[in-house]
Write a new protein. Structure first.
Lengths: 357, 357
């Protein structure tokens, strides 16, 4: 079976939402996409695992990557999709409608129709975005075929409510430890309670005031939060270890080293182990190609807070933004739903830019 | 095989330490004890599970219970026992030497030898003291045969460094909870961090100053401690729940209701759930029989901090004390060891009292 890409983007979204593709089981949908786009002679199709790449090669002076992941988080009674009205506004409801099969539907339709775009386009539809980085289709493709990532600009179709969201915050995780001395809790004065020792750490976290940092005109709101705390040996033992895992979300103007220095300063006097870090991505909206994109799709750019694959492009030197239908707050939600009009709007925006001379 | 109770208490301790009896596997040692004491016509022997009771019935005006548990915590390369010198003092080293087979050895020897003690004696050797209360041999015996607990005084042979330790503190566990609102940690301001909300709880614990309370002349040092803390959903989620388990050790002058009021006041403003409580035991040293005991064994009585089975007797209206060889700080320690002289000393003390008119 192949997909009918002459249908409306909303209809294509309905069809591909009906093909379950929870992370790890994208093969069927990937097969359909591969077969469908292979029928278009203006596209050069490459498959890597369950990631499909379709490129134009028209010798245009500039190339853009437009990418979307085809996996979803687990279905929870929300497939098949339904057409619903929310306050009189028609929506497509169900798993994947927001994150991000409506965006993929728009991309598939434009890939088929735009046989002579103003810029060369590398379309990428990839698997395993919702799970571990090590399985992420773009990560694997970037290792195997870095040449496919050569571009002047990139657009991820992640839900951004039809607005352009530039860059993203970086993220760092660290474990803050306090140590004590075990003792029987009947003779607590013999020991030293590591959980009590963590009091100043929680106080600093509770009193921490996150900053909003402006980068290339967009305001990035930061955050420093405990995401877990663990300590304790047994109900009658004074604990000798308490571990607090914190997550620092930092503006893309900061390097990972800057972020580490900030976390170490915040917990000065305590044992700090950095366990995980990914830099943010600058919005990259100062490039002329990005300015033309903004002008074409209209509206104002906003900062993206969550880490997305735009950071991967940014790290490879390719300015990247998020632009897709759907409210990001409804991603992963059991009541996930996208306004039909927003699907059309994003299609119009992308089409206008990709066909402008 | 039967035990040779004409041997010295130290030699009996060596033999019974060589018969492993980690909680739950006391049957072999219980069999030996039962067969051994059954050979003495002045003892009336009852078995309940792996708990052995041996009673004199001489019509004496007073009766005392003398009890010891025969189980140990798990062996960790410290069986068989060894004779070692610590600063020139001969010790018996190995699992169970302190907690509490040296004490049981003294009891077995005196049970055999004292065919006409000044008071009637109910000897109890019981299993599963080191594990859940629901499996404790004394607990099970008290349910099945409460009549066997009728007595004017009780002595537990728990390690007390050869001193008399009176009564014990009570213990209460409670869970203090903070609640928040989950959110993605990239947009932490949408949520409310339950771990940060626990900061004042840890601060109160860290600042808490435990009291020492005098009960019948003995000073009972209290304690209020976190024994565990848990919170966290995932590395990118603002946690909506944090739970801190606290353990309050309270003087035997306080009831469980008093203790609960204290804990609730300490965490005023927070959600408090009492999960577990056991009252303490007053030292009971004002009874004439207890005074005679103190005079016979010599030395001064001290407060016992840890909860022991003396509280069980106390709750049944029987004054009870701990009196046994071995430093309680070495109980459960891999380097557990008892001075040989202390075993003899406790034997002399008990013998003097039990044979005094």
């Amino acid at each position: 079976m192949v997909l009918d890409l002459t249908a409306s983007s909303a209809d294509i979204a309905r069809v591909i939402c009906g093909i379950p593709s929870v992370s790890g089981s994208e093969a069927v949908l990937a097969d359909e996409i591969e077969q469908t786009v292979s029928a278009y002679p203006h596209l050069e199709v490459t498959r890597h695992g369950n990631t499909i790449v379709a490129r134009t090669d028209l010798g245009r002076p500039q190339r853009v990557v437009i990418a979307g992941h085809i996996d979803t988080v687990p279905i929870n009674g929300n497939v098949p999709t339904r057409d619903i009205d929310v306050d009189g506004v028609p929506h497509l409801w169900g798993r994947g409608t927001v994150d991000m099969k409506a965006g993929v539907a728009v991309q598939l339709k434009l890939a088929a129709e735009l046989s002579a775009p103003a810029v060369d386009i590398t379309w990428m539809w990839y698997d395993n975005e919702e799970v571990d980085e090590s399985q992420n289709g773009l990560f694997l493709l970037a290792s195997a075929r870095p040449d496919l990532f050569a571009a002047d600009f990139a657009i991820l179709g992640e839900p951004s409510d039809g607005c352009v969201e530039g860059g993203c915050n970086g993220t760092m995780r660290a474990v803050i430890r306090t140590r004590g001395v075990r003792a029987h809790s009947a003779r607590s004065w013999v020991g030293e309670n590591a959980i009590h020792g963590a009091a100043p750490i929680l106080t600093r976290l509770a009193q921490y005031r996150a900053r909003e940092i402006t980068v290339e005109g967009l305001g990035y709101r930061e955050g420093l939060n405990a995401v877990s705390i663990h300590g304790g040996v047994a109900g009658n033992v004074i604990p000798d270890l308490c571990e607090i895992e914190v997550n620092y979300r930092f503006a893309p103007s900061k390097s990972v080293a800057d972020a580490e220095a900030h976390v170490r300063a915040a917990f000065d006097g305590f044992e700090v182990e950095i366990t995980d870090a990914a830099p943010g991505a600058r919005p990259g909206l100062d490039a002329p190609i990005a300015q033309r994109f903004l002008a074409a799709v209209g509206g104002e750019a906003h900062a993206k807070y969550g880490w997305t694959d735009v950071a991967r492009f940014s790290a490879m030197g390719v300015p990247a933004v998020n632009y897709g239908p759907g409210d990001p707050h409804l991603a992963h939600h059991d009541e996930e739903r996208v306004p039909l009009a927003q699907i059309d709007e994003v299609e119009r925006g992308l089409r206008a830019w990709l066909t402008a001379s």
